[in-house]
Design a protein around this ligand. Structure first.
Ligand code: 6R9
Length: 649
């Protein structure tokens, strides 16, 4: 017990400076911070010049009507051209863009020349179907190459894509189609998940029964499942795309032309359609992908192991890697199909050098044990990344040691759907890494920790994270709702962007993210972040995953309720263990943080990005009807948890 306790503290205080070798050859060195601090706009202009523009911009940033930003005003470019044609024209047509692997084990290797040809065909198909620049196209797909082809085809003709995560329900799809006013849906018969075909088309049929903007549905054949067919509306991808020419000249669009909408859940039930535009977005995703991951296009094999239906997939599976001419891996399925070493087998097979994933997945691997990755050759890896939630020091160290072989730096990247690209992250050739902290605002980004009045706080004081200057890949608005955009992000502190995350700076000025501020509990007047208690719980050897919520309590205001998943070996879920866990948290953080209630569960409710939906757990803890569950990856999880209730203490 006390051993795990001290291990976690030891983890948080250990430092990992870059190796001399990495520092010597990294894409960016310490000078970038200085350059950006002296001339922020000039720094972003340099980043923009890494792209190919048809027309140069007249003004870097127009912030005359805040919070509505315009970047690279007057500039013109085509996003798909920057991701494809220009690499082919420069002689890299034969370079692999994606090593794709389906869950059943089928594979496809797609070069830049082939991807360009496929995207041209798909763009011609969209034009034949009457899709015009500015029209919205919904994409509801499994993790297959056609998903990326569809996105780039939209970008190529200036249509706005709106990808809906394939795990979401017909309900979620219908409300997004309606809100965006999509004219076309691109989907598949199904995809493979957990060893079986899982259908997608029925959800589209269901959703379209409740919406009226969609004219056509294009269906990719993936699983060969039977699908219902609406004549005149539905078309097979192979027919409509298959018959097109592979030539298409990309037209340049304005830097501020809309690129995509991505819906993300807010504090109310209605999801927000986050709008991203072209020039600034591509500039920052490309530059951060190159700098944060130190990407070397000629030698690296890059893998973002996440879903394309999450912003991480948009920025770091599709746009960033392609703009930088990366060779990427894309995997369709779940990490334990057909065995728990599937990811490590993929790393070994393709010689993956850079791996980017979420803490929740890392904790799952911890639960399965280090023997699994130890059975594979992971020596190709040179850099690891984390995204989606704070990574607890325990998981950081495990990732570092058992996946990175003790030699790979870990970049813990803080950002949001709204920010479009990395905002706070170490740089691998520069930063002295601290497990658990995202550390430093990216060059050209300014972040502060403030109190409720917007006053900057002294070090080691918990407050709110704000961004004080506009950045190129920032959201431009919430689709169709400028007022909500202002109100959600910009009214609380006037001219600063309110991120919704708790944070503190330590004595070195490094930033620690402490979870969403709606995840801060108030117990007898003490502010305790759910992340802190969760981190303490998972530092205990018996616990694999933990979710903590504050449930209203007549005496203390809020009481701490913890849901824990035990590690494989520790199946003793009895009273004794619960008592021990309470004691453990008490020792780790203090008596005030000791949970009122600890429930042992099999699964936790999660979104596509692996974030725990604490709102639903709060409903359970407070005995309420469940709220909106449309953004859950698996809605049956809540049933399982509710069944556990009577036996809880
Ligand atoms: C990219 C993405 C955004 C929220 C964000 C924060 C949390 C993401 C994090 C992190 C601590 C990190 N978050 N990365 N917290 N450290 N490295 O996740 O976008 O799905 O919109 O979520 O995720 O709470 O506000 P999105």
């Amino acid at each position: 017990m006390s051993e795990t306790h001290s291990q976690d503290h030891a983890a948080a205080t250990r430092r990992f400076p870059p190796s001399e070798e990495l520092a010597g050859q990294a894409n960016v060195g310490p000078d970038v911070y200085e350059r950006a601090a002296q001339d922020r706009l000039g720094f972003w202009e340099d980043a923009a010049r890494r792209l190919t523009w048809e027309k140069d911009w007249d003004e870097v940033l127009d912030w005359s009507n805040p919070p509505f930003a315009k970047w690279f005003v007057g500039g013109k470019l085509n996003v798909a051209y920057n991701c494809l044609d220009r690499h082919v024209e420069a002689g890299h047509g034969d370079q692999v863009a994606y090593h794709w692997e389906g869950e059943p084990g089928d594979t496809r290797t797609i070069t830049y020349a082939e991807l360009t040809a496929e995207v041209c065909k798909a763009a011609n198909a969209l034009l034949e179907l009457g899709v015009q620049a500015g029209d919205r196209v919904a994409i509801y797909m499994p993790m297959i190459p056609e998903t990326i082809i569809a996105m780039l085809a939209c970008a190529r003709i200036g249509a706005v894509h709106m990808v809906v995560f394939g795990g979401f329900s017909a309900d979620a799809l219908a409300s997004r189609i309606t809100d965006a006013g999509a004219v076309l849906v691109i989907t598949a018969d199904g995809g493979y998940r957990r060893g079986a075909p899982s259908a997608l088309k029925p959800a589209v049929d269901d959703a379209l029964g409740r919406t009226d903007s969609v004219r056509n549905v294009v269906v990719v054949k993936r699983t060969e499942q039977d699908v219902a067919w609406t004549e005149g509306r539905d078309l097979w991808w192979d027919d409509v795309v298959g018959r097109q020419s592979d030539q298409h000249t990309a037209e340049a669009f304005d830097a501020e032309h809309p690129l995509y909408i991505m819906y993300t859940s807010g504090t109310t039930a209605k999801p927000k359609g986050i709008l991203h535009t072209s020039g600034g977005y591509l500039t920052q995703v490309a530059y951060t992908h190159w700098a944060t991951f130190d990407l070397k296009p000629d030698t690296d094999v890059y893998w973002t192991a996440a879903d394309v239906g999450w912003v991480t997939g948009h920025s770091y599976i599709v746009y960033g890697p392609l703009a930088n001419r990366a060779t990427s891996v894309m995997y369709e399925g779940t990490p334990d199909t057909p065995h728990k070493g599937r990811w490590w087998e993929i790393v070994q097979r393709y010689g993956v050098t850079i791996l980017y994933t979420a803490p929740t997945t890392i904790r799952t691997f911890m639960k399965w044990g280090e023997d699994v990755p130890a059975g594979f050759d992971l020596s190709s890896l040179r850099l690891l990344g984390s995204v989606g939630e704070p990574i607890n020091p325990e998981a950081w160290l495990w990732y570092h040691e058992h996946i990175g072989g003790g030699r790979c730096p870990i970049v813990d990247t803080w950002w949001q759907t709204e920010t479009g690209a990395h905002m706070i992250t170490p740089l691998p050739g520069v930063t002295n890494l601290k497990p658990g902290s995202a550390q430093t605002p990216f060059p050209g980004i300014s972040a502060k920790v403030v109190d409720d009045e917007g006053k900057e706080l002294p070090d080691d004081t918990t407050g709110l994270l704000v961004l004080t200057e506009p950045w190129p890949s920032m959201l431009r608005t919430i689709w169709g709702d400028d007022e909500r955009y202002k109100e959600t992000y910009w009214t609380r502190f006037g001219d600063m962007y309110f991120a919704g995350d708790g944070a503190k700076k330590d004595e070195d000025g490094d930033i620690w993210l402490l979870g969403r501020v709606d995840d801060v509990m108030n117990v007898s007047g003490h502010r305790i972040s759910t992340t802190e208690v969760e981190s303490a719980l998972v530092a205990h050897h018996a616990v694999a995953e933990a979710a903590v919520v504050g449930a209203s309590d007549p005496t203390t205001g809020q009481g701490i309720v913890a849901f824990v998943i035990l590690r494989g070996a520790a199946e003793d879920s009895g009273e004794e263990l619960v008592k021990e866990l309470r004691l453990h948290v008490r020792r780790e953080i203090g008596p005030i943080a000791s949970p009122r209630q600890i429930m042992v569960v099999q699964e936790l409710p999660k979104t596509r990005s692996g974030k725990i939906m604490r709102r639903l757990l709060r409903d359970v803890a407070e005995n309420r009807e469940l709220g909106d569950v449309t953004t859950l990856t698996d809605s049956s999880v809540m049933e399982l948890i509710k069944e556990k209730l009577p036996s809880s203490t």
